[in-house]
Write a protein that binds this ligand. Sequence first.
Ligand code: MGD
Ligand code: MGD
Ligand code: SF4
Ligand code: MO
Length: 723
Amino acid sequence: MQKDKFFKVIGNKTHTNEKLVKTHCSYCGMQCGMNLRVDTSSNKIIGVEPRYDWPVTLGKMCPKGVTAYQQTNHGDRLLRPLIRDDASLKGTKAGFREASWEEAYALIVKRFQELQGDFGKDSLSVFSGVSMTNEKCYLTGKFARVALQTRYIDYNGRFCMSSAAAGFLRSFGVDRGSTLPWTDLHETDCLFIAGSNTAECHPTSMFRIWEVQNRGGYLIVADPRETPIARRADIHLDLRPGTDLALANCMIHLLIQNNHIDAEFIVNHTNGFEEMKEVVKEFTPEYTSEITGVAPEKLIRAAEIYGKAPNAIVMFARGIEQQIKGSDNVSAYTNMCLVTGKIGRPKSGVATFTGQGNGQGGREHGQKADALPGYRKITNPKHVEEVCKVWGIKPEEMPQPGVSAYEMFELMQDKTIRGLYLLCSNPAVSAPNQNYVRAALKNLDFMVCADIYLSESAEFADVVLPSVTWSEDEGTVTNLEGRIIKINKAQEPVGESKPDWLIEVELAERLGRGQYFGHLKTARDVADEFRLASKGGYADYFGATWEKIDKQDGVFWPCKSEDDPGTPHMFLDHKFYHADGKAKLCALPYRPPAEEPCEQYPLRLTTGRVVYHYLSGNQTRRIPFLRDMCPEPYVEVHPETAERYNIIHDEVIRLYTRRGEALYKVKIIEAIRKDTVFVPYHFGHEQSINLLTIAALDPMSRMPEFKVCAAQIVKQPERMTIR
Ligand SMILES: Nc1nc2c(c(=O)[nH]1)N[C@H]1C(S)=C(S)[C@@H](COP(=O)(O)OP(=O)(O)OC[C@H]3O[C@@H](n4cnc5c(=O)[nH]c(N)nc54)[C@H](O)[C@@H]3O)O[C@H]1N2
Ligand SMILES: Nc1nc2c(c(=O)[nH]1)N[C@H]1C(S)=C(S)[C@@H](COP(=O)(O)OP(=O)(O)OC[C@H]3O[C@@H](n4cnc5c(=O)[nH]c(N)nc54)[C@H](O)[C@@H]3O)O[C@H]1N2
Ligand code: SF4
Ligand SMILES: [Mo]
């Protein structure tokens, strides 16, 4: 692996009576390199050290990463299965008793078989997540289709990466979140970053981003809030939430007008230029400014900088993707690199900041309602046949495509779905329109939840199964670059907890499907079957053996054979994955968000993250340092807006939308637009902002519009200042 300018050899300290286990962080897509410190007398994890020799992050970690090790032996870990004795207490922590694995398995098998006997195979569902290794994600797809024989499986990446996936598939015919390795970032001349709070959500990217400016290059940021990265940007495009499509179309309009396009690249390697040109015609800076609220001069300057930069990278994250037009936003921003030909070479291209640790690999290998391993389609007979050969089932036994994550809750409400196997996700915090989702979970006849802690979602379960943390098992993860890396085991599982793949194998055997699962005895067995199942798909991992990953500091997919080193840069030959080898320039007219502000709900509510917490917060709210740094949610309000409502800093107000309401402390901050308020979403129960969010879905990706809806603030009768 090529070492870049930041690379320094700093030896890791080995203390006596300790060993270091080389691995990566459990949380975000950066997958920072770390060594877990293990006490050799107790064989327990006692700490962490950064890995200076990991080429992507070079010894950097964020506050979540340095405390991640505290999860493994945390006092809240689930140590034994739990069975609910008192159904009237569903939706609370109470009413569970401890049980043996055999008793828990027996109850699950009995109830699952009863439901399928009475209501058909498709009465069961699986909802999963991508904080799991590729091997576990792969096996979860097989578990749903082969062990449970149901069509209903989907996963939390639907709330996360589905718009990026759909947008890239349409533009390129392939969805690898980054067309280039992160070690290129600091060498480019211009970064155009939209809807990413990078400094809080992918903090260990920042040293490369600042370096672009240090070298005299440019940073352009499009975000309604003045985030830490926006504050130091050369241009901050402070747009209204939900208006990215207009902004991106304006960039293309100006690139064409100023002749900053690459006509040869457009003709030889793309389709659709004329239709796209027609659509962007009306997006003059003045018209775009009316929609987005961004000053025309800033739009003009941003397009000029991007257009003139010899190399440039367009980057984005959930800010543009979690909208009803998220997939369109992705394709529209991707149009920028296609019209300028700034793609398919080092230091130029496009990347989404993949969110979860395995947000990339987890979306490729069959956890999606319509997907099979290797990014195959369940609706394609040839793909089905290829996977059936590996699984040993007949093509006619392969279930039909299911529905997306949020739509599964709708089917729970109408009793089409009656049973749920939930693992590695906490939708009772993270799904939109919580009042509806919680009622759907309550409406289930039988629910199983596998987690490492008793989550808010586990409170709705009939059986809770104790899984292991990332540090108690091994396997591969694909980071935000598309690099397949290895997670190593540092400690034996606590209590009676078991890895998810083993639980699925044991359950499959007890469901009478052992012939398809019984040969999987170790994580390595699952890995070998998984690589084979991906072989020949376009996300081909066949050549990415654990040995090669170790030797090369990771392997970029596609990697088709043992002697293929993998593919760090995509499209170097300017061949895209559509049948004719060309990329698609998409013509994407602007449409407003699902819910526009009105007299009754005059504010725009947007939601997102803070550096100290991770997703639903079920893991990070238990870590003392992180909890101390951010103990509760709050609502960010601009000083002028606060004055209008006659509210002050730290005062508790009621925030409400058409779906629900919650009480939040006010944080007065100039870094937000006057027409917008922001709430972090890492908190559960009555503090969850998802009580208020809207479940409007992108028609293409089925991604909910977490990033914008209409809201109102009400001052409370008594000024409830706290402290
Ligand atoms: N600390 C921390 N880091 C994380 C995570 C975490 O929970 N905590 N989660 C990981 C995961 S799974 C994910 S998906 C990523 C998410 O990473 P990001 O997408 O960077 O994080 P968000 O806070 O969801 O939103 C990003 C930004 O979008 C802006 N935004 C809101 N509406 C709009 C809009 O309409 N247009 C534009 N252009 N911007 C808008 C918000 O102001 C916010 O600053 O982070 C990963 N890293
Ligand atoms: N309002 C709003 N809502 C959002 C978003 C937003 O920006 N705004 N962002 C969305 C995004 S991008 C995402 S990714 C989702 C995430 O939403 P969730 O899927 O709910 O996220 P997590 O908190 O990671 O949930 C993972 C759960 O699995 C457990 N767990 C961890 N590792 C394992 C394991 O190996 N096995 C098992 N069985 N369990 C494990 C954890 O303890 C945790 O309870 O939230 C979405 N919701
Ligand atoms: S940046 Fe992401 S991967 Fe790195 S330490 Fe922080 S949470 Fe972990
Ligand atoms: Mo995410």
